[in-house]
Ligand binder design. Structure first.
Ligand SMILES: Cc1ncc(COP(=O)(O)O)c(C=O)c1O
Length: 411
């Protein structure tokens, strides 16, 4: 495994030096939220200590410095996903808010009773519930792309599903199965039928070099906290012409140009969607996380995760054979590093608790994808997920802890 120098990278993450119950912390829950490198902590600390002030308003030096740093973070995000222009990036709290922003503004302005939205069975609740709320309010029809037995989108009926649809809202990478979807092909099919496309890229942007122009999507949502940045900040990328014509979302603060007794004039894009005091320091931390990932190189990040996922799938199969079932594709070129699994006869929560005795952190539950769990016919899975600071030793620790759990529950 040589794509990344993980030993050096690990030292950049203070939390990874911690011991829990006398054991080295093995953090395998990055699909839920990633850990933060010293560079991100420093960038945020530096702002609070040296130039913190509210942005866009003050004319004094530190307010101008804070504003410049916040807008520089936006430029970094825009470059990271190859946006055409910086104004296409709207800062939001997280990917969930980005999807809701589109649902409340663009979708409520453009969809009415009888219109259809196409989703898939592998969507996170963040890309399901906002559309269900809209469907209930407007009488919009929701259509679903099913999955194949190999945990991929079954696109055999896609043309029929897209026929007359106004929106395709689809994840680029499943947080449960790890499946990577062919967004460019899906976008092209959707656009050919006249539908817009929203990509939930919350699991993709942190792990794979992302090019929103190559995708040709209309909206792309992602969160900083899954890509080494702080919680409380995320981004909606959208085509500028769409942002211009979309109605405002939340009202107040920086989103206005003028307010009179008889109404208001909204600010320019993207500030039109950034109401109230924004998470200023979090945006600066987001920018620092992007610098860190860029210095490693996103191709190396992807190569490393491909290698580690291959190693994990092989190690689990070798050690546990048919006792352990992995829910997700086995071909590592078409999947990311979220590995969901179940031991025959043991509940995922029980596994997680036993693993915690060895300081191995894995997720157990429905992973905010209950429709998918229902399709899989299980209430929950265990999920190990990787990032730049994980290596084969972490996977070995997982396998050893799982073997102990298996013995404990005496399969
Ligand atoms: C695929 C996917 N979409 C959306 C989200 C929601 O992200 P957030 O909680 O940051 O809004 C997640 C988080 O787990 C996710 O994995």
């Amino acid at each position: 495994m040589g794509a990344l120098d993980v030993a050096t990278i690990k030292r950049d993450f203070p939390i990874l030096a911690r011991e829990i119950k006398g054991k080295r912390l093995v953090y395998l829950d990055s699909a839920s939220s990633s850990q933060k490198p010293q560079a991100v902590l420093d960038a945020m600390d530096e702002c609070y200590r040296n130039y913190y002030a509210n942005i866009h308003r003050g004319v004094y030096t530190i307010a101008e410095q804070a504003t410049a740093a916040y807008e520089e973070a936006r430029r970094k995000v825009a470059r990271f996903v190859n946006a055409r222009e910086t104004a296409e990036v709207v800062f939001v709290r997280n990917a969930t808010e980005a999807v809701n922003l589109v649902a409340y503004t663009w979708a409520r302005a453009n969809l009415r009773s009888g219109d259809a939205i196409v989703l898939s069975h592998m969507e996170h609740h963040a890309n399901v519930v906002p559309w269900q709320m809209l469907a209930a309010e407007r009488g919009v029809e929701l259509r679903w792309i099913p999955l194949t037995a190999g945990y991929r989108l079954d696109t055999s009926g896609l043309d029929r599903l897209l026929d007359g649809a106004k929106l395709l809202a689809i994840s680029a990478m499943s947080n449960v199965l790890g499946t990577i979807n062919d967004v460019a092909a899906l976008t092209s099919a959707a656009h050919a039928g006249g539908a817009h496309v929203l990509v939930d890229a919350c699991q993709y942007v942190p792990h794979v070099a992302t090019d929103v122009r190559a995708w040709d999507a209309d909206f792309v949502a992602f969160s900083a906290h899954k890509m080494l940045g702080p919680s409380g900040i995320g981004a909606l990328w959208a085509r500028r012409d769409l942002l211009e014509e979309m109605p405002c979302f939340l009202g107040g603060g920086e989103m206005i140009r003028d307010v009179r007794l008889d109404g208001f004039t909204p600010n320019d894009v993207p500030w039109k969607f950034e109401a109230g005091t924004m998470p200023i320091v979090e945006a600066i931390g987001f920018g620092a996380a992007i610098d860190y990932l860029t210095a490693i190189g996103m191709d190396a990040v992807r190569d490393h995760e491909r290698e580690l996922t291959r190693y994990t799938l092989d190690a689990l199969a070798d050690r546990f054979g048919a006792d352990l079932h992995v829910y997700g594709p086995h071909d590592v070129d078409g999947r990311g590093g979220a590995v969901s699994f179940l031991f025959e006869g043991i509940h995922a929560h029980d596994i997680s608790q036993v693993l915690d005795e060895d300081a191995v952190c894995v997720r157990a539950g429905h992973h905010c994808a209950k429709p998918l769990m229902r399709q899989l016919g299980v209430p929950a899975t265990s999920r190990a997920s990787f990032y730049v600071y994980n290596d084969a030793a972490d996977v070995d620790a997982l396998v050893e802890a799982l073997a102990k759990a298996q013995k404990f529950f005496e399969i």
